[in-house]
Write a protein that binds this ligand. Structure first.
Ligand SMILES: [Zn+2]
Length: 91
């Protein structure tokens, strides 16, 4: 049985992401019409927002709006949409 070695896990480095890539916006750079879908853990430095062009009807891009407004499948956990709602207080 193999031991899981954290250092051996292949992790794609995405240091600089393109404008249209999810996760390109931070609390500081997030604009009014940018997708506010949280990516990552708010407690870490790597936390970002999607940052893509948000749709007309909500704070998310088309892709994330589809996820946000579909019924939650997992119960007993707070989903990303709930997290986003709490974050909007200081955006
Ligand atoms: Zn998005």
């Amino acid at each position: 049985m193999r031991r899981a070695d954290p250092a051996a896990q292949p992790q794609p480095l995405r240091a600089v992401v393109a404008r249209e890539e999810p996760g390109s916006a931070t609390v500081l750079t997030l604009g009014a019409h940018m997708c506010k879908w949280p990516i990552g853990d708010p407690a870490t430095d790597g936390f970002t927002f999607c940052g893509r062009q948000a749709g007309e009807e909500g704070p998310y891009c088309v892709e994330h709006a589809r996820i946000a407004y579909q019924p939650q499948q997992k119960k007993g956990r707070s989903g990303p949409s709930e997290l986003a709602r709490s974050l909007r207080r200081y955006i």
